[in-house]
Design a protein around this ligand. Structure first.
Ligand code: TYD
Length: 138
């Protein structure tokens, strides 16, 4: 939980291009620093909505704008940064102990998430004051 927002980096992914389009391949422990246990995706997000609003204790994620664009607000309790994702050949690595909110979704945006663990509600920190307490003890 000692992580900070600067540990969350945008990773360039490969892109194989030909006249029929592009393909990007992501393999656990090869292109990203974890094994992929779960994939989920957000779509049909109404205009003006935001998602996230939580942190994870152990989960690592790679967040990709598979289509369209959106912003990811990252917060380690001291520093904040906003990353705009708008290309399917880049992914944002989000490490444990980071509060995140996803917002400013473009029309038709698809947010693809590759996750290091199966779904466990116990891994979530959904209350911001609890997050601050775990990070800083106050
Ligand atoms: P949540 O992670 O809170 O969504 P977001 O951060 O995008 O706003 O999940 C929304 C709901 O979906 C919540 O009831 C838990 C459920 N859920 C699963 O059952 N399995 C999963 O793998 C995920 C990501 C969510």
């Amino acid at each position: 939980m000692q992580s900070n927002v600067y540990d969350c980096v945008v990773l360039p992914l490969n892109k194989i291009h030909n006249r029929a389009g592009n393909i990007t391949i992501v393999e656990g422990q090869i292109n990203i620093p974890f094994d992929i246990q779960r994939i989920y995706y957000l779509y049909d997000i109404p205009g003006g909505e935001s998602r996230g609003g939580h942190a994870h204790k152990a989960l690592k994620q790679l967040i990709i704008a598979a289509s369209g664009s959106f912003d990811v607000l990252l917060d380690d309790s001291i520093n904040k940064k906003v990353v705009t994702l708008n290309r399917p050949d880049y992914g944002l690595l989000v490490v444990p102990g980071i509060w995140r909110e996803l917002m400013e979704f473009s029309s038709g945006a698809v947010c693809l998430v590759l996750a290091s663990e199966k779904y466990e509600e116990e891994d979530y920190i959904r209350d911001y004051h609890t997050f601050l307490f775990i990070k800083n003890g106050n």
